[in-house]
Design a protein around this ligand. Structure first.
Ligand code: ATP
Length: 227
């Protein structure tokens, strides 16, 4: 089967095209593969393409600013695309505007600065991601408090993974009153080898559990700092 036919088949299978296979693009592409999603990876670097050969459904060397090259690869047939080119802002913007012109319904583009991201937003890209900035903010919250992990769900809401403090240890969550007193909710807990379970009002958190707490950022973080 010709290469273009094989790639068109991938596009039909609800696959994702990932353009730019640096650290971010490669990690994203491999994670998609691990989760069972087919990936067409594109990069202009031959060595990189060689090194990923066999690990992605299809990986090809091409200059993504070249419209004809993208069309030949069937990129216009995909429903989902990620532009993971960072430092070469010109290539990132040219590639993204080609994908928009193709009418790809869902495009994620990686921005390395606010200005870069603003251009994407003006172009009409629905999903702009700022990996360095977001990770920096996340680590800041980890450094500040006792949280084991921290996920910002939105600008004003977070989930904190933490060891249980004295307010939740040994009491039924119903009786802990943390929702009204602290504005947070215990979503889930992990106990020994049993793994994670959803928490409910009858759950009694034990000393060695790990818990997931959700709430407005300031409140979730403040709760995470109580011992
Ligand atoms: P990371 O932090 O993910 O490693 P980066 O921002 O440091 O990424 P960049 O060099 O900006 O890395 O881009 C990531 C990848 O995009 C590189 O592997 C590069 O070869 C590829 N790339 C850059 N321009 C193009 C292009 N026009 N066509 C295809 N691939 C490109």
């Amino acid at each position: 089967m010709a290469r273009s036919q094989r790639i068109a088949r991938i596009a039909e299978a609800d696959a994702v095209v990932v353009i730019g296979l640096g650290r971010f693009g490669t990690s994203l592409a491999l994670e998609l593969m691990a989760a069972g999603t087919d990936v067409l990876g594109i990069d202009s670097d031959e060595e990189l393409v060689q090194s990923l050969n066999g690990q992605l459904t299809h990986v090809v060397r091409a200059d993504s600013t070249n419209e004809e090259a993208l069309r030949q690869l069937g990129v216009h047939e995909f429903d989902r695309a990620v532009v993971a080119i960072g430092n070469d802002i010109q290539a990132s913007i040219l590639t993204t505007s080609l994908l928009l012109r193709f009418g790809i319904p869902a495009i994620w583009a990686k921005a390395v600065s606010d200005a870069h991201g603003q251009i994407f937003e003006q172009l009409g890209v629905q999903h702009v991601v700022y990996p360095e900035k977001d990770m920096g903010r996340r680590v800041a919250h980890l450094v500040r408090g006792a949280a084991l992990d921290y996920i910002e769900v939105d600008r004003d809401f977070a989930i904190v993974k933490m060891s249980p403090n004295s307010l939740v240890r040994g009491v039924r969550l119903r009786d802990s009153d943390i929702r009204s007193r602290f504005g947070v909710t215990v979503l889930a807990y992990k106990r020994g080898d049993a793994g994670w379970r959803n928490a409910d009002l009858e759950t009694v958190i034990e000393d060695d559990d790990t818990i997931l707490v959700s709430g407005p950022i300031g409140k979730a973080e403040a709760f995470g700092q109580l011992r």
